[in-house]
Design a protein around this ligand. Structure first.
Ligand code: GLN
Length: 491
């Protein structure tokens, strides 16, 4: 058996090979992750639920299946799911008091597909309530912490997943991205996060925040691992009417392609004077490295990029306000005690069950959709969304991919963003990608004062294979993604 520490630091690809040669069993591996979660997660709070018994049972089944000759990419590999994905038999809380005790009667398609691929589920990771936030501070279960810095946020909303992958509390994790929630925490925690094209990954059983923007995807130690997970989860799902019937590819096949003949765009608007010069220097350095690998750099314009933020913060809350109307205390979720009548039950269940940020979004969304303001806000935001999509489409006539920062800065301290708008500004480089529905990836690209920072690569619809290829080539020639936090919390 390999040493415990060596085992849990391994990538999914490495673990799959260790499992197949028999140098480690899934039960040994799962035990090692659970032991580490038990010692370290008291400080990171990356998990909301750890289902030790279920995980060990799945691990035993994986070992037995392997002994019978079974093979699949995740067979026996311990993973974690953002607590926004429904898991049959294990709680799905969405980081909310509203769903504190909710147990789904079915698995999300993403969960089911990873199970079919042999994955062992360790548990459910912490997140901002209903995926609303950029720091994981909006979780009913308390914030998750960043293993790279004392009292630093891991980013959000998939903060628990990013923190868990960075601290080796799972081999890989799922996340969801509505406006940046896979990429921004990946940047803050020094891991690789892929947001696939809208519709590429089924939303069935992934609790809805803003349905026209939500996408599930991997938070991984490497681009190669992200490709392996995308292979398992991508593809049409008849249960999700917004899932697309475009055929998938084997995303590991194109990883080794050389970057020659690729044109990578650098949007002038993103490298303005407002960008922290230390972040700008890191992204420029990433660009030069990609150039050394054969890519051609091109300056491009994304003229409408400043409109992403206002458009997103009308559309996302509007959709959220309708999606969240289902939590009424009647069907499932939290119900207030001793309601006086129906009206009182609706009002108090929602008042007591939702946190402040969720209520803020419901109010903004309801206002934007109301008869008197629909044209002025929602309709206009949808028009702007179209212009943003056109902006990207025009750019992709001249370049294959676009390089930018993922986030304007590194992980901030808990409580540092006092007003909601400064928190919203966190997502300026990621939101447009969701509005356009295109894929994006964040890869570790450097450090500022000991904190990781990511570079974002974006491509046109369904070109995840290209993004993973560029990211993999970069990672073959850099070691930012191999750095490990020294766990400043004293572990
Ligand atoms: N931070 C953004 C928001 O709060 C994006 C969140 C997400 O992608 N789920 O809406």
């Amino acid at each position: 058996m390999l040493g415990t520490r060596t085992m849990i630091e391994k990538t999914v690809v490495e673990l799959a090979s260790a499992l197949s040669t028999g140098s480690v069993s899934s039960v040994e591996l799962t035990r090692a992750f659970i032991d580490r979660i038990t010692t370290i997660d008291t400080q990171l709070n990356a998990y909301i639920t750890v289902d030790e018994q279920e995980a060990l049972k799945q691990a035993k089944e994986a070992d037995e299946a392997r002994a019978r000759g079974a093979h699949s990419p995740f067979l026996g590999v311990p993973i974690a799911h953002k607590d926004l994905f429904c898991t049959q038999g294990t709680k799905t809380t969405c980081g909310s008091k509203m769903l504190q005790n909710f147990v789904s009667p079915y698995d999300a398609t993403v969960v089911a597909r990873l199970k079919d691929s042999g994955a062992v589920t360790l548990g459910k990771t912490n997140c901002d309530e209903f995926a609303m936030g950029s720091s994981n501070e909006n979780s009913f279960f308390g914030p998750a912490y960043n293993p790279w810095g004392k009292n630093r946020v891991p980013g959000g909303s998939s903060g628990g997943s990013a923190s868990a992958v960075a601290a080796d509390l799972c081999a890989i994790a799922t996340g969801t991205d509505t406006g940046g929630s896979i990429r921004q925490p990946a940047s803050f925690c020094g891991v690789t996060g892929l947001k696939p094209t809208y519709g590429r990954v089924s939303r069935w059983g992934m609790v809805a925040y803003a349905s026209s923007l939500d996408v599930g995807g991997p938070l991984a130690k490497t681009a190669h691992d992200a490709a392996v997970m995308l292979n398992a989860i991508a593809g049409h799902d008849p249960k999700d009417s917004t899932s697309v019937a475009v055929s998938t590819e084997d995303y590991t096949q194109s990883l080794d392609a050389p970057l020659t003949n690729l044109r990578i765009g650098l949007p002038r608007q993103y490298f303005s004077q407002d960008l922290d010069p230390r972040v700008a220097a890191i992204i420029q350095e990433t660009a030069r490295n990609l150039e050394n690998l054969g890519a051609t750099l091109v300056d491009i314009d994304l003229e409408k990029s400043t409109l992403s933020l206002p458009a997103y913060y009308v559309i996302a809350p509007a959709e959220a306000s309708t999606n969240l109307s289902r939590y009424d205390g009647v069907r499932y979720g939290y119900r207030c005690e001793d309601p006086l009548d129906l009206e009182d039950m609706y009002t108090r269940s929602r008042t007591e069950g939702f946190g402040n940020e969720v209520k803020r979004r419901i109010m903004i969304g309801t206002y934007a959709l109301s008869a008197g303001y629909y044209d002025a806000y929602y309709k206009k935001a949808q028009r702007i969304r179209r212009l943003i999509k056109q902006d990207f489409s025009k750019a992709f006539e001249n370049v294959d991919a676009i390089l930018s920062p993922t986030s304007p800065f590194t992980a901030f301290e808990l409580g540092a963003k006092k007003d909601p708008v400064s928190m919203y500004l966190e997502d300026i480089y990621t939101l447009g990608v969701n509005l356009a529905g295109i894929p994006g990836i964040s890869i570790p690209a450097g450090f500022i004062n000991g904190l990781p920072i990511g570079a974002q690569l974006v491509a046109s619809d369904f070109r995840e294979g290209l993004l993973l290829n560029i990211a993999h080539q970069y990672q073959q020639n850099s070691d930012w993604h191999k750095q490990k936090p020294s766990m400043p919390m004293g572990v």
